[in-house]
Design a protein around this ligand. Structure first.
Ligand code: NAD
Length: 372
């Protein structure tokens, strides 16, 4: 494994560059104070790349993304680009990165910081201390399966009508590789995986259950594996979320489950994510880290954005790309400390009010807490 840590930073559009500037402060802190050997390159993605090059992602930036250990992305998009052709819309840059890097495992932690427990749509006692990780298959399933499309309805008597078609399709290999990712992650957490599908009504769900069980029995029998129908899973997630450690699920159900889990923890400005692919020659996985939120054009350029989602995405990079778990813990603890001190960006202000801090003050306070 290389002893250098190579990163490509793609700030993107809207608040992307603002929140990424705070991540750079954090990276500098780890370089200076922990002698971490980061090599950083910068590039354009989304609307900013379209403005400079007429495309949301150049081939050069794509090649760079393939060559580094990890890509950190801010956000893409904005009203300025709404009328562009589909092929050059900002989102296409992000989709190209995910597709060509073959990032099949999407990781969305739902972690409730004690100081923010009252922001949850659930009662404090249900969410306090919550720490779950949703692993969603990202490159297959019903969003990609064929046949797909809208066609004339061939049924006699339905002339003039149409049918919409999508296909849920999973191979054993696609299920096994994402299941392995979930078991590996569980082994570094509390050792529990709950796999969710609809094996009661879908053949792809039966295969999902069988293959997940096979990987468990043959390779990860030390991990506790349970299975749940996804509809019940969603219900359990809002009823008693603390029963879960790692939730493993497909692309469609993962889309729904991860958004529901996001509401358990409060603000969009707090939610990080990672998308991982196969290991590279140096043993590190292909990896893209990004906050869940978008480019927030309504607050862009005003110093109001919460940088914590992007900073916590970097904490995930420390943990999953660079095996710097202690440093990741330290960074998450620094965020916890700052929130416990009552430091808040505007999106985290409660009904009691107070004076919000700016994006850069929040970054500075987190860096100061790292040194404390
Ligand atoms: P959004 O996430 O950008 O914003 C939703 C709301 O949350 C806004 O009111 C915004 O001000 C607030 N918000 C988001 N992030 C915040 C932060 N860090 N701090 C404080 N407040 C924050 O979603 P949207 O408004 O639906 O989309 C805006 C643009 O972003 C669109 O062009 C959309 O296509 C794009 N988008 C990009 C991504 C991505 O890059 N991964 C994801 C979602 C949306």
């Amino acid at each position: 494994m290389s002893d250098r840590y190579s990163l490509l930073i793609l700030p993107g559009d809207g608040i992307g560059p603002e929140v990424m500037a705070e991540v750079v402060k954090v990276i500098d802190w780890f370089k200076t104070n922990r002698a971490m050997p980061f090599d950083i390159q910068h590039g354009l993605v989304g609307g900013s790349s379209y403005d400079a090059h007429g495309t949301p992602l150049t081939d050069e930036t794509m090649a760079l993304a393939q060559s580094v250990d990890a890509v950190l992305l801010g956000a893409v998009g904005g009203p300025k680009y709404d009328d562009l052709d589909f092929a050059v819309k900002p989102e296409r840059g992000l989709l190209r990165l995910r597709k060509e890097m073959d990032l099949f495992a999407n990781l969305r932690p739902a972690q409730c910081f004690d100081a923010l427990a009252d922001f949850s749509s659930l009662k404090r006692e249900v969410v306090a201390g919550l720490d779950i990780l949703i692993v969603r298959e990202l490159t297959s399933g019903v969003y990609f399966g064929t046949p797909r499309g809208i066609e004339a309805d061939p049924t006699p008597g339905n002339e003039g009508g149409r049918v919409g078609i999508n296909t849920q399709r999973y191979t054993s290999g696609e299920i096994r590789r994402v299941a392995r990712a979930a078991f590996e992650l569980a082994a570094k957490r509390r050792g529990k995986v709950c796999s969710m599908e609809k094996a009661n009504v879908m053949e792809s769900g039966i295969l999902w259950r069988e293959e997940t069980q096979w990987v468990h029995d043959n390779e990860y029998s030390q991990i506790e594996l349970s299975h749940m129908y996804a509809d019940n899973g969603l219900m359990q997630l809002v009823r008693k979320p603390a029963q879960f450690d790692v939730i493993l699920t497909d692309n469609l159900f993962g889309d729904l489950l991860s958004d529901a889990a996001a509401m358990l923890t409060g603000s969009l400005g707090m939610l990080p994510s990672a998308s991982l692919g196969a290991p590279m020659a140096n043993g590190r996985p292909k990896a893209l880290y990004e906050p869940v939120h978008g480019s927030a054009p309504d607050i862009a350029g005003q110093g109001k954005a919460n940088p914590i989602a992007c900073i916590l995405s970097f904490a995930m990079a420390l943990r999953y790309s660079f095996a710097e778990g202690k440093a990741a813990d330290q960074l998450e603890a620094a965020v916890q400390t700052v929130l416990a001190e009552g430091v808040r960006t505007a999106d985290l202000m409660g009904p009691e009010g107070g004076q919000p801090v700016s994006t850069s003050e929040m970054g500075d306070r987190i860096v100061a807490a790292l040194s404390a």
